[in-house]
Ligand binder design. Structure first.
Ligand SMILES: [Zn+2]
Ligand SMILES: [Zn+2]
Length: 189
């Protein structure tokens, strides 16, 4: 005879030892839940008018998130927006490593981090078509990020262009050629 809820051997009252224990201890056979990952993380954040500091505030705090060690600012981004798209990093607008305040964080590339000014100039230069504000490479990356579920606003912020530019790109009004094979484009990144 087994438990009525699982394959474990029957103990008493139709339940196995584990389910019986939960029922007696917690009043329910459901798996007991502690505070969520998100609640635990934010409970360790000191919130102020400026930067929000995680833990002791010494450098990039390390946090266990979804089974892996992550920097606290990356965890803050993940808990706020979801997975960090492949190939991108989370940067600080405020240049303050222990800060985890969501509106002080933005996505960027490694290149941005090492050479901010150069990256900005490249974005402004854009492609040759007058309506285009993105280079071809940026347009490809933008479409790939969109297919990974990043919002249009987040992509626009990333490249420093207006929302409409990304929205037109994704709806195929500009950059029609790229749009035809987005899956292939994503693979070639
Ligand atoms: Zn059971
Ligand atoms: Zn900050």
């Amino acid at each position: 005879m087994t438990c009525s809820l699982c394959e474990r051997p029957h103990s008493a009252h139709g339940f196995c030892g584990m389910h019986l224990y939960r029922l007696r201890r917690f009043g329910s056979t459901d798996k007991p839940t502690g505070p969520s990952e998100s609640e635990r993380f934010w409970s360790r954040v000191k919130r102020g008018a400026g930067c929000w500091i995680y833990g002791s505030g010494a450098g990039y705090g390390r946090v266990k998130c979804r089974g892996r060690q992550e920097s606290s600012h990356r965890v803050a981004w993940i808990l706020t927006h979801g997975q960090i798209p492949d190939g991108l990093i989370v940067r600080h607008k405020c240049d303050n490593p222990p800060c985890v305040r969501p509106d002080h964080l933005l996505l960027g590339t490694y290149q941005d981090n090492t050479n901010d000014a150069k990256a900005r100039r490249r974005i402004q230069a854009g492609a040759s078509a007058p309506s285009a504000k993105l280079t071809e490479d940026q347009a490809r990356l933008a479409l790939a990020l969109r297919s990974q579920g990043l919002t249009i606003q987040a992509i626009a912020d990333l490249f420093g262009v207006c929302r409409a530019t990304i929205s037109h790109l994704c709806s195929g009004r500009n950059w029609r050629v790229l749009r035809e094979t987005p899956a292939q484009m994503a693979l070639s990144l």
